[in-house]
Structures are given as C-alpha cells and as structure tokens.
Design a protein around this ligand. Sequence first.
Ligand SMILES: [Mg+2]
Length: 237
Amino acid sequence: MDISKVRAILFDLDGTLYYQPPLRMLMGFELSTLPLTMGSLAKTRSVLEVIKQFRTIREELRHLGNPSECLKEIQYQQASKVVGVKAEEVKRIVEEWMYHRPLKYLKWCRRMGAISFFTEAQRRGIKIGVFSDYPAQEKLEALELESFVQLVLCATDKEINAFKPHPRGFLRACECWGLPPQEVLYVGDRPEVDGKGALAAGMPCMMVGGTFQRPSQGSVSEENISSFRGLQQLLSS
Ligand SMILES: [Mg+2]
C-alpha cells in the first residue's frame, strides 16, 4: 500500500482502538452481580433483555441507510416496542450499561501499540479522526487517546444519521477535512461494516487483524496488517 498519499486516518472505535473480548468479560462479570445489587431477578432480566434487543435492533437498522427520521430516536423506540419498556427507560439502561459503565475498564483494554502509532502519525502531520456507530468522545477520553484525535464523528450525529456501511459518515469526515476520499485511510475491525462502508465512500481501508483493500481494485490484496505495530511499520517504510 502507498501510504505516502494518505493525509488523514479515520478510525473505527469499538474493537479497533480497544480489544473487545476482555471488555465483554468484565462487563459480563458486572452484569452477573446485578441480581445482588438490584435485589430483584425481574429487574435484572429486564436490563439484560433491553441490552440484547437494543444490540439486535442496531444491527437491523444498518439496512435503513440514511432515513428522514432521526436514527437516535428510532433505535430507542424500536427497542421499546420489542421489550415492552418505555423508550426513556431503554435509553437510560443503554446509556448506563453500554456507554458509561464500560468506561472505567477501557484503558486496560486499549489495543497494543495505539499510543505509539498515534504519536508517530501526529509527528508526520497525518490528521487523525474517529467515526463510530456509537458516541465516541467519552470512550476516547477513557482510552487516553483524545489528545491525538481532531475529528470525532458518530453515525447518529444530525449531519450523518446513517449507520455503517452507509458511506455518509465516511464522506462527512472527508468534507470536514477538505480531503478527497482517496487520501483518507479507514481503519476498522469489521469488513462487512467498516470495510464495505469505506469502499463505498472510495476510501482505502484496513482491517486490524485483517486485510487491506483498495477501492479501485475492489478486491482483497495480499497485504495483511495484524496490529497497530504493523500499521506503524507501514508508515515508517
Ligand atoms: Mg468496530
């Protein structure tokens, strides 16, 4: 890959800037203590059901593309219908269990080599941004990476309102930076979401632990990047 043409790198957050399996384990442990802390099995079941259904609905909403209604609202309303809990309560549970409680563990799950890579990219004048389907600012702060990142975008931002793999969020980053998509590299962890979206926007992309794809060819190249160290080597080569 010719990294000399890359003037900015846009990152996915969950699973890309931190390892997800240890975080899921820690959150699983915290959830397992709920019957004790809440003192009610029914309330525990309700929390678990909300989280489960919300996740499923979020995956289904990818197919909506860029709707005229507000995705932030739709996601809570649809989960509310399925679980039979008020939309405000769904929002409260999601914010608590998916956004706030995991923050304290994030630093310990940060992907190895991330700080070193960000430092090197910054030294080379490469712009760094994050585009995630979930709100990213607090997570970046918890990961202690926020000082490297100039652009933070979320799929539910008013100007985007489209989950990946819709290209809108990817193109919004190019717009904010004033760069053509070919000069922005997207780094993610899910080829069917991150890879597909970046390619639809005309950006080169790289899957951490996966394979690099070039939009002009539309096919998978030989190059494999297993970690941030690999990415950094590429930058230095
Ligand atoms: Mg991800």
